[in-house]
Design a protein around this ligand. Structure first.
Ligand code: ZN
Length: 274
């Protein structure tokens, strides 16, 4: 229908035509608006934005987990390697004549052997009688000696060791003196021997004198060994102590001496430092 012909139509028809045209215009404007709105939406790309939203959420969860892992690491200190040393013997083991006491094997603090007196000291009965024979034989051989120290209690060793720490520092003290529980003297089977004139008392030069030389050659015949020999500090954990002897019984002492091994090696017992 041509618009110029509208005035030729009846009034009613014109009104209807105008309403129809108006409706067409309204619908057309609505569609145009819808297209425009859709265009704005596409400019803002809401779909893309919504697609991106989950990603940062997933990332933040991962970051959280990482942070938690880091916090767990930070708050949990690296566990100290648990040392199996020292091993503490039972009282029954401590009471054995062949017990091997060193820096890795200790006696219980409560352990006290049965003791008898010998030459001004105290030792287990078997060791005491052997000691008396040794002293007599050495004297007869022109190498007299005496006991400086034999049995020492756990409590005595506490103060003995502390004396060395106080005067020489812990590192040096550990080379020369045993920590409480680690001393052979607590077994009642060990003794420190000295020259009657007091020379070279607890010194390496004791090994160069008559008494020291006699011990190195003959102690095993009386059931004793020189426990800490020269050049074996890395094996025994102690400096050369030609004055320190340990009772084992004649048979074992002789076997250990002939083996050329330390007592620890002879029995395959771990030794060395603490
Ligand atoms: Zn000693």
């Amino acid at each position: 229908m041509k618009l110029p012909e509208i005035h030729k139509l009846s009034k009613r028809t014109r009104i209807i035509s105008l309403i129809v045209i108006g409706l067409v215009l309204i619908v057309t404007t609505g569609v145009a608006s819808a297209v425009l709105i859709r265009g704005e939406d596409s400019v803002y790309e809401p779909d893309v934005v919504s697609n991106y939203q989950p990603e940062p959420e997933e990332e933040s969860e991962e970051v959280l987990e990482e942070k938690m892992a880091v916090e767990e690491k930070d708050s949990t200190p690296e566990p100290e390697p648990v040392s199996q040393w020292p091993v503490t013997y039972s009282v029954k083991e401590a009471n054995s004549l062949t017990v091997v006491v060193n820096k890795k094997h200790k006696l219980p603090s409560s352990y006290t052997p049965s003791l008898v007196s010998v030459a001004g000291g105290q030792m287990k009965p078997e060791a005491a009688s052997a000691m008396q024979e040794l002293l007599n034989a050495a004297s007869e051989a022109g190498a007299p000696m005496n006991i400086i120290s034999s049995y020492r209690s756990y409590q005595t060793q506490v103060s003995t060791y502390q004396y060395w720490v106080d005067t020489q520092g812990q590192a040096q003290a550990d080379r020369e003196s045993a920590r409480p529980g680690h001393s052979e003297h607590q077994t009642g089977l060990a003794a420190d021997m000295g020259n009657p004139d007091g020379s070279c008392r607890l010194l390496a030069c004791f090994g160069d004198g008559a008494a020291g030389k006699w011990l190195a050659s003959n102690a095993h015949e009386y059931g004793f060994i020189v426990r800490y020999e020269e050049g074996k500090e890395n094996l025994t954990g102690y400096i050369y102590e030609p004055w320190h002897i340990r009772y084992l019984g004649v048979e074992t002492a002789t076997a250990v001496k002939n083996s050329g091994l330390t007592l620890d090696q002879y029995y395959g017992v771990e030794a060395g430092g603490y």
